[in-house]
Design a protein. Structure first.
Length: 85
């Protein structure tokens, strides 16, 4: 399932779709650090779904300041998201 709109959040529809995949692990993937982006909103609105997070580590800044490190982090996020089992 891909969530394109988070506000207003249609909690009932999301839960209904998630029920079709009982036992599946549910991930939230974002490019922003864990303490930024929509992660905290989703976690507060849908805690019962038990989302796991793939993102950059928590940071005071949205950017690392180093292109090489940014590229490495981006590669890790995409690799983790695309190799879920």
């Amino acid at each position: 399932m891909r969530l394109e709109q988070i506000y207003p959040i249609y909690k009932n529809q999301i839960e209904e779709i998630a029920l079709r995949y009982k036992g599946a692990e549910i991930y939230w993937v974002q490019e922003e650090p864990a303490n930024m982006g929509a992660w905290t909103f989703i976690q507060s609105k849908l805690p019962e779904l038990g989302f796991k997070l793939i993102s950059r580590k928590t940071s005071a800044s949205p950017a690392t300041g180093y292109k090489k490190l940014h590229d490495e982090n981006q590669e890790r996020i995409v690799r983790e998201a695309m190799t879920l089992k």
